[in-house]
Design a protein around this ligand. Sequence first.
Ligand code: CU
Length: 213
Amino acid sequence: MQAGLAYPGYGTMSRTAGNPGIRPAGRPWRLALLALPAAFASVWIWLAVAGAGTTLARAQLIDLQGHVVGQVTFSQAGGHASRVRYSVRGLVEGFHGFHIHVNGVCDAAHRFDSVGDHYDHAHREQPFDGEMPPVLVGSNGTGSGSFLTDRFAVADVVGRAVVVHAFADNFANVPIGNAKDQYWPNGPKAVARTSATGNAGPPVACGVIRRIR
Ligand SMILES: [Cu+2]
């Protein structure tokens, strides 16, 4: 007999030993099997109808070899807010800067230089509007996430590029040090790197944001 699993308040539960007293025989059980998928289907239909009027855009991410490595969707979430969902694969483990850049051109042959500056409606430097929470890639090379941002509406970013950078974004938090091999607070080297990419390094994945609804 397999050892049971003890949970507070639930007594002892076993993975193998069923309780014949709780399984109804015959038709009621079959009806339950039919009702469950129907309930799921109705929820999905309701979600589809509820979201039918919202602007939706999608970007397929490619890497520097042109291989598809993920997808990002942008859905209008009311007012000026957007819901961003992403999934990536085949990337290096760790945090990666995740940005909207102004040009919707992903030229892998030229290391995605084609994406141009960061998107910001007021042409600020950091924090710019297209600076999003970082992508966290696990040890198996995949990552996924979802967040809400009011920095842009979906229509603002359609036709632009979403970029995953090689390294983490420092969000303008420049390390303070005074040794020669460290950044100096507000020193030209620190400011230049932070302004360019949040010190996130070059793009490693890129996708053009296209409206699909
Ligand atoms: Cu960037």
